[in-house]
Design a protein around this ligand. Structure first.
Ligand SMILES: [Zn+2]
Length: 261
């Protein structure tokens, strides 16, 4: 317990100072193996994985299957402002956003100048497509800025240059911590989500409790993204203590399932 609080205090301090802590996510608890049985259509497994009836038509699975050329062509078609990154270990198609998505800017808490070179701002192209869809949802709630802990987190130094990473190590996940509305309202996942570990996140009998305006908006954002199947994995403070202060939003290549917790 002591270690946990120390970790969280360090994270809070790091964010306050504009630096990034790399301990935000402990998403190793769920498997990454694909489920292929069509007989599981629309079902939810005992691990909480859900299986859409027609998974290949979902945005997350469509994007996850794209190669670099197809993905960058999709960014161009969508007129998304980005820069290609020459190389980032573990990342198939590393890019940096150089403008907002549908008017919504996604960035870390680093000072603006530092963001331009920070590895934590690197995203795989496929994650950007999912975030572009997510931004359209955010505009419905007047959100125009998302502050994250990181997208990419470089794998260990001994990670082979040609080995694909996973999750943050592949720059296929974003830890979204704060959503800012145009009127200045701040929706802070840590303070405003009002979840409970193990509680149901979306649908009947789910939170937030208490249901403040901020909490209802954050919940609506999370559940709208889940309903739209933008991310294979969406983890909230309902999942575990390590996610008490952010939404982990991940595109997962090679799977046909979704996990929302
Ligand atoms: Zn994460």
């Amino acid at each position: 317990m002591h270690a946990y609080y120390t970790d969280m205090q360090r994270l809070a301090r790091a964010v306050t100072l504009g630096f990034l802590a790399l301990t935000a996510c402990g998403e190793a608890a769920f498997g990454s193996r694909g489920a292929t049985s069509a007989s599981h259509a629309d079902a939810t497994s005992s691990k909480g994985l859900s299986f859409p009836t027609d998974p290949d038509t979902t945005p997350a699975i469509e994007y996850a299957a794209m190669d670099s050329a197809a993905c960058e062509a999709a960014l161009a078609t969508r007129k998304i402002s980005f820069q290609s990154v020459p190389a980032a270990r573990g990342v198939a198609t590393p890019v940096r956003l150089t403008g907002p998505l549908h008017g919504v800017s996604f960035h870390s808490a680093l000072p603006a100048k530092a963001r331009a070179t920070s590895p934590y701002e690197i995203m795989d192209c496929r994650l950007v497509l999912a975030l572009d869809d997510f931004a359209q949802i955010l505009t419905r709630y007047d959100v125009d800025e998302v502050v994250h802990f990181s997208a990419y987190r470089p794998p260990p130094k001994n990670w082979p240059a040609d080995k694909p990473g996973q999750r943050h190590g592949a720059a296929l996940a974003l830890d979204a911590a704060v959503f800012l509305k145009k009127d200045g309202t701040k929706l802070n996942v840590e303070k405003d989500f009002h979840g409970a570990i193990g509680a149901k996140t979306c649908g009947p009998r789910s939170g937030p409790r208490p249901a403040t305006e901020e909490a209802k908006t954050l919940r609506a954002i999370a559940c709208s993204a889940a309903e739209a199947h933008l991310f294979n994995v969406e983890l909230t403070p309902d999942y575990n203590a390590k996610h008490k202060n952010h939404f982990h939003l991940e595109v997962t290549p090679g799977v046909k399932w979704f996990l929302v917790k």
